[in-house]
Design a protein around this ligand. Structure first.
Ligand code: ATR
Length: 277
C-alpha cells in the first residue's frame, strides 16, 4: 500500500511566481521524501484562518512569505530565538505540541555567502540597507557571525536607529540615513530595501564599497537587479542576488520539517540555468 504524501505549502500574496514549490519538489525527489508542496494565495487578513484550515486538513508545515510573516509570528505557539527577535516567521511546523515558528531567511543568507561563495563575515564591515521586515529577518544571524561593525542605513533614519535597539546586545550595531554614509566604507553591502521593486537603488555615496567589497541583493529576478548592476559598476568582487538565499532558506525549512539536508547546489544550478544571465 502506498502512503499519502505529507502536505506542505507556501502562503503569500502575490504567490503565482513563487519558486518554492519547484525547489521543494526538487529537494523531495533528491532525498526520496514523500511529500507534496503547493502555493496558496491568501487574501489580506485571511492568514490565520487559512493556516488553521491547512493544519486541520492534515498539513504538516508552511512557508510564509510577503505580506504574512508577521501574522505567522503571531500564529505560532512557540518561536525559535531568531524568529522571536526578527518579529517575523517564514517557516511553520505543525506538531502534536503546537505550532512552531522559525525564520530561516537569515541562515539562508549566511549559508549562501559562506558556503556557496566562500565569503567571510567575521571581522567585516557590513552595511545593511533597509529597516523593514526583510532587514529584521536577517539581523540576528548576521550579528552572530561577528562582523566588526554593522550599520543599518534607511530612507527613514529613525526606523534604522529604532531597529538597532532590538539587536544591540549582539554586537556593534548603529543606524543612520543614507546621507550619513558619506566618507564611510564597507566590505559587504546588503540590500534589504524594496527599492528594487521600482528598479531603483537607494542613494549611496561614491566610494562606500571598499576595494574588493561584496554586494548582495536579497531580491532576485530573471535579469540582474538594479543593485547587482550598481555593484558591478562599483567594481564589486562579487555582486550577488538572492537566488542562492532563496534555495538555502528553503533547505533550512526542509531540514526542519523532514530531518534531512537536501543538496542545494544542483537546485541553484537548475534555477540559474533558466535565467538570462
Ligand atoms: P520588507 O518586508 O520587504 O522589508 P517593508 O517592511 O515595507 O518591506 O520595508 C521596505 C524597506 O524598503 C524599508 O526600509 C523602506 O524604507 P522606509 O522605512 O524609509 O520606508 C525601504 N524602501 C522602500 N522603497 C525604497 C526606495 N525607493 N528607496 C530606498 N528605500 C526604500
Amino acid at each position: 500500500m502506498t502512503t499519502q504524501p505529507d502536505q506542505y505549502a507556501v502562503m503569500g500574496n502575490p504567490i503565482e511566481h513563487s519558486q518554492s514549490p519547484r525547489i521543494h519538489a526538487l529537494f523531495a525527489a533528491q532525498t526520496g521524501q514523500n511529500l507534496e508542496y503547493r502555493a496558496i494565495r491568501v487574501e489580506p487578513g485571511g492568514f490565520a484562518a487559512a493556516a488553521r484550515a491547512f493544519r486541520e486538513a492534515g498539513g504538516k508545515g508552511l512557508n510564509v512569505t510577503v505580506p504574512f510573516k508577521q501574522d505567522a509570528w503571531v500564529f505560532a505557539d512557540v518561536l525559535s530565538a531568531r524568529a522571536e527577535r526578527a518579529g517575523a516567521v517564514n517557516t511553520l511546523s505543525f506538531g502534536p505540541d503546537g505550532v512552531h515558528g522559525d525564520n530561516t531567511d537569515g541562515p539562508g543568507l549566511v549559508r549562501d555567502l559562506k558556503i556557496n561563495h566562500d565569503g567571510q563575515l567575521a571581522g567585516q564591515r557590513i552595511l545593511l540597507l533597509g529597516a523593514g521586515g526583510a532587514a529584521r529577518g536577517i539581523l540576528q544571524p548576521l550579528l552572530l557571525e561577528k562582523p566588526v561593525q554593522l550599520v543599518i542605513a534607511n530612507r527613514t533614519a529613525s526606523k534604522a536607529r529604532d531597529l538597532t535597539l532590538r539587536f544591540s546586545d549582539l554586537g556593534l550595531i548603529s543606524g543612520c540615513g543614507f546621507a550619513e554614509l558619506a566618507g564611510r566604507q564597507f566590505d559587504l553591502i546588503i540590500n534589504a530595501t524594496a527599492a528594487g521593486l521600482s528598479d531603483t537603488i537607494p542613494p549611496l555615496p561614491e566610494g562606500v564599497l571598499a576595494a574588493d567589497g561584496w554586494c548582495y541583493d536579497l531580491m532576485y529576478g530573471r535579469e540582474p537587479t538594479a543593485f547587482v548592476l550598481w555593484g558591478r559598476e562599483q567594481g564589486a568582487a562579487q555582486a550577488l542576488d538572492g537566488l542562492g538565499m532563496l534555495v538555502e532558506q528553503a533547505a533550512e525549512s526542509f531540514h526542519r520539517w523532514r530531518g534531512v539536508w537536501p543538496e542545494t547546489r544542483p537546485v541553484i544550478e537548475t534555477l540559474q540555468s533558466g535565467r538570462g544571465f
